[in-house]
Design a protein around this ligand. Sequence first.
Ligand code: PNS
Length: 160
Amino acid sequence: MPTKRIGLYPGSFDPVTNGHLDIAERAFKLCDELHIAVVANPSKNPLFSVEERVDLLKQTTKHLKNVKVSSFEGLLVDYAKEIKANIIFRGLRAVSDFEYEFQMALINRNLHKEIEVVFLVPNEKFIFLSSSSIKEVAKLGGDVSGFVPAVVKRALRDLK
Ligand code: PNS
């Protein structure tokens, strides 16, 4: 019997952007079950709490059946083992992402031999998007419509 493809799309998602959702939709099509997991890493000093980030992801991925949104602490590969994921999905926007992602993929593979890392390329209209730039634009009063879903836009506005 073919192995069930259980995908894990991890990230900080602080907050989720339209670029993340584009990757989630692509990953969703490639596996039988998709987990989107928010890393609980307080050292990154996130703008939104883990609970808020999970909640925003849940609201914005409702249309994708069989997607589970959760959070994890510690090593990504340990969480992958816990949920029996056999594919890790990561988005690649530009060459500048590559070195960090390549290093992380190889470390993860050394830590967990059975996991496969799959890089997905977003629609080119999201190539320039990052959560950090969105936070800066929102903080300085710019319009983030088109970059993030409406619920995220509201959440950013409510922070002010
Ligand atoms: O959205 P991000 O911040 O680029 O996501 C980074 C993430 C969550 C994938 C990465 O920081 C991670 O896997 N953290 C868990 C700790 C870990 O497993 N580190 C070893 C891999 S180098």
